[in-house]
Every structure is written in C-alpha cells, then in structure tokens.
Design a protein around this ligand. Sequence first.
Ligand code: ADP
Ligand code: ZN
Length: 617
Amino acid sequence: MKEEPRKSLYYYWFLAIGIILILNMVVIPTYFNTKIKQIPYGTFLEMVDDGKLGKVEITDTKIAATANDGNDKEVYVTGRVEDPELVKRLVKSKVTFSQVIPREASPLENFFTNWILPIGIFFLIGQLIMKYMGNRMGGNAMSFGKSNAKVYVEAQTGVDFTHVAGQDEAKEALMELVEFLHHPEKYTSIGAKLPKGALLVGPPGTGKTLLAKAVAGEAKVPFFSISGSEFIEMFVGMGAARVRDLFKQAQEKAPCIVFIDEIDAIGKKRSSGQFGSNDEREQTLNQLLSEMDGFDSSKGVIILAATNRPDELDKALLRPGRFDRRVPVELPDLHGREAILKVHAKDVHIDTDIDFNTLARATAGASGADLANIVNEAALRAVREGHSSVNQSDLEESIEVVIAGYQRKGACISSEEKKVIAYHEIGHALVAAMQKHSAPVHKITIVPRTSGALGYTMQVDEQEKVLMSKEDLFNKIVTITGGRSAEEVIFNTITSGASNDIEQATKIARAMVARFGMVEELDMMACESVQNVYLGGDASLTCSAETSARIDAIVLSIIKEAHGKAKEIISNHRTDMDRLAAYLLEKETITGDEFMNILQNLPPDTPREPAALPECH
Ligand code: ADP
Ligand code: ZN
C-alpha cells in the first residue's frame, strides 16, 4: 500500500482560522464599505442640536446615526443613556428617527440555533477527529466487532485431497466430514450427531491448513479462515465481537468450513488464578465456546482448528460437542516424504529420472513445508545454473541449502583448518561405516555453509525406524563423537568445531537415561517429561535433585564410553583415514559410494550395488 504523507489536523485548523480572519479583515469591510465612528453621547447631542444628523436609529443599548450630508457610508455610534429629553430634541431638530423593535425569533428558529446547530457542529468535529485517529492507527479503529476485514472467505479453495500427500490417516478421518457436508440427511435421518469441530494437531508445516482447505475443496463449500491471534485486538471485547460476527457470517453461508489457525492463541487454559490473567482472551474463548454450543450443526457448519500445542488448550474446548475429534497430523514418514516431493515436483519442470526415494531418505525429519521449500529451492537453482529443467543435483543441493544454508563461497579458511575439518568429517563417516548399526554415509562435504557449519556428513537411513534400540542409540552417539575423536587422534588437539556434536550426543544420552529407561540403575522410572512435543520438545526434570545428579553422572559415563569407542575405531584405521581425508580435501564434496570405494581401496568411480532396501507393506 502506498503511504500518503498526511498533514496533521492542526494544519487544517490553522487554515480554516486563517481564511476566516482574512474574510473579516479584508473582504467584509470592503464589501459593505461602512465606516463606523464611535462618539461620546455629548457629541451626539451637540450634533442633534446643530442639525447635523440625517437619520437616527435607536436600539435598546445603542444609538446609530448618519450625517445629513448625504454620506450614508459614515455611521456614528454612541451608547444609549437614559435620557427622557432625547425624543424631544430629535423632534426639534427634525431628523428621522425610529426605535428598532427587537426581532422576536420563531420557536422553530430558536430550536434550530440552540440545539440542532451546536449538535451538528460537534458531530462534525467528532467525525473529523475520529477519521483522523482511525487513519493514524492504521485501520478503522471505530468499527467495533466487524470481523469482515480479517476473515478470509474463499468461495472455492481449489485444493482437494490429491494435493495433500501422505497423511492418509488424517485424510480418512476428515473424509467423514466431507461426506456429511455432501449428504447431511444420511446422518440426521439415523439420528447421528456429527462432530461440530475437529482439531488438527501437529508440528508446524505438516499441512494442517492444507488439509482444512482440502476438506472444503472436496465438499465444494466456502472456506472461512482466521488466525487465533487475529481475534485478540486493540480493544477489550473486540475478540468476542469478532467471534460472534464470524459465526453469524458462517451460518449465513452454510454449509461451509470455518478454519481457525493457531487456536492456542485464544484457547489456552483459562487462568488458574495466576497473576495477570488475560481478560480479553478469556472473553474471546468464552464467546467461542458459547457460539459452538449455540449453533445447529445440522445446518452444516464445521469448524476445523489447528494447533501445535494441544496440551495447552482449555479442557472445555475439547469436550464432546466442541472439538471432540482430534486428528493428528504428524511429520511425514519415508513414504510420505516421497509422495510430498512428487506432488510438489508436478508444479515444476523436472527431469524424468529423478530418484525421489533417495531424496526422501536424505530428508528425515523434514515437514511438508520444508519439502515444498526444497523443491522450490531446486527450481531456483536450476534457473541460476541455466538448466532447462530441475535435475537430481539441483534437488540434492537444495536439501543441503534447506538443512544447512547456502554455500559460503567467499569464506576464507586456511589450509591447516581445512585439514582439521576434513579429518573431523571423515571421522564421523568412518566411525559410522565401521558400525553395522549405523546408517551408511550419503555425502560428505567440507564446503562451509551460511548456517555456520564448516562441513558435514549427510547420513541416509536405509529404513526409517519406528523403534530405536539401546544399541542403535549408543552407536549414534559413537558416530557423533567420531569427529572430535579424529581431531584428537590425528592432530592431538581439540577444537571448537564439535560444539554441535556435543549438544546432540548429550541430548541422546540424556533421553536414554531419563526417558527411555535404558539404564538398569533407574529401571523404568520416568525422570523427565516432555512439553510441547510438536515444537522441539523441551524436557523438564521431574525427579529429585539427588536423582538428577545421578542422571548427569550416568549420561557422562555413556558419552565417555562412546567417545572411547570412537577413538579406538579411528586409531585402528589410521591409514584409511589419511587416504579418505586426502581425497576429500581434493574434491571438497564426495559421495557415499566414493567413500566406500576408497575405504575398500578401489578406484573412486567403481560402480556399487545400491543398498537393498527392505520392503515394507
Ligand atoms: P501447517 O498449517 O500445518 O503449519 P501448512 O498447511 O500451512 O502447514 O503447510 C504449508 C505448506 O507445506 C503447504 O502449503 C504445502 O505446500 C506444504 N505441505 C505441507 N504438508 C503437505 C502435504 N502433506 N502434502 C503436500 N504439501 C504439503
Ligand atoms: Zn562433527
């Protein structure tokens, strides 16, 4: 929007006053061109007696007169003094005189000047000020409770279930709602009450909004969407008014879908007595609850809401008759990721021989939004590189961009440091390769990235594991400590480059001890509870200080053991390390196949059998 420079209100006030002043001083006097001369009463009487006056007008308080020399433009004025002789004198000097009769205003006129006019003026000023304030606040501040500015209605979303890849369980659960919107009579005739709302729960970017749109698209009904945070507004009471307005609009358009994103913004548990509760939010929530109770679901208004903090929602929202359905929308698994990549690949020109499976395996933990972003980054890269369509290397590079940031081409790293980085990365890869439980290496690079990573080893899981055994986790820690171990064994120093590894290793070890019950000493006791599962999952300790100290000690011993094992592996493969590091330093980026070939003393480009993937049905 173009921002127009606005003059302040004062500017207009001064302009108006200026115009009035000019009118008074210049225009009106020249138009009427009358000169008024104040004279004392005595002088006036003398003039009367001398016969100098022509016409005299007497009002209650003043006397005005013109001279008898024919000049009407000069008027003499004097105050009226109680003088019984005046009339006699005037008659004697033969001037024409008259008493001005005070005009009696009509009651209607009185009413107008005393009431209508002032009210009108105040109203006008009020309007001006409000308009001015409204503009200043960047919106129409006075349009209380009209949510139409923020509610987005789409008559047709143009999205259907084919646009949502993976998420089969969620689609199935939502399919019933689509059926209901199509044939409500089928359900009502048997006496079934359909849920009024469903809550889509999952981490950010997993396609909750997309699913809601797809439900509306499949059912071919209008789609209302609003974000929870938009309910909370400048004025107390606005949120509740907005909710009322939203439901009114929705009922007029029924059947339809109402989608409330980030419902946790209003649906947080109502204050449990703590200081500083949020009245506005509670009012909004109460209004939402009563609206949900109030409307008749057989009309076909279905409310979908999305959140990534389900445990913070008020219990009242989740009881039957409100959001009684909970549809989990989890991060996609291997098959899901492959399907999502394929859906988004349809939108770009792409080579026909893309190996989506490898891409999906390299993106463990990525959400649907991340994957959409990867495809788009790849398309951008294809344009930059001058390809006519997106190819495999574009996609692989863009995965790294999304995970680790762009390449820092200009970064200046000394050859000594480069060597340390190369050995560090080869250390990770070698330790991983030497443990049969660890995933094979897909790619190793020592090209620095904008995220701060100086290099990394991309591991690709052969198969996505639902369960991790104690050995899997321990081996993972061994692999993570492999980088630092290589620095120690080869250069006999340690660097700051392992901080991220240290953090990860500690996290895994701590989870093993405190959450997964993997050490005998604590058996199956839970010592940590996880909050915000969908938002990174911060764990908080639930045990005593003594146990907590014990946990720290056990975590440390696990990491020490893993570190020792990694060092041992590297010491035993010293010559392999040198060979691999030299090759990596030369090429900067090497593939998993090249790595395995060199490890086995084969020429780097020997073709390798792709690892057999276990099928799962
Ligand atoms: P959320 O509401 O869960 O935060 P969105 O629905 O806004 O996530 O998803 C953001 C984008 O990610 C979508 O517009 C879509 O392009 C992509 N996306 C996410 N999940 C999927 C999926 N399962 N299939 C296809 N695209 C997806
Ligand atoms: Zn590392």
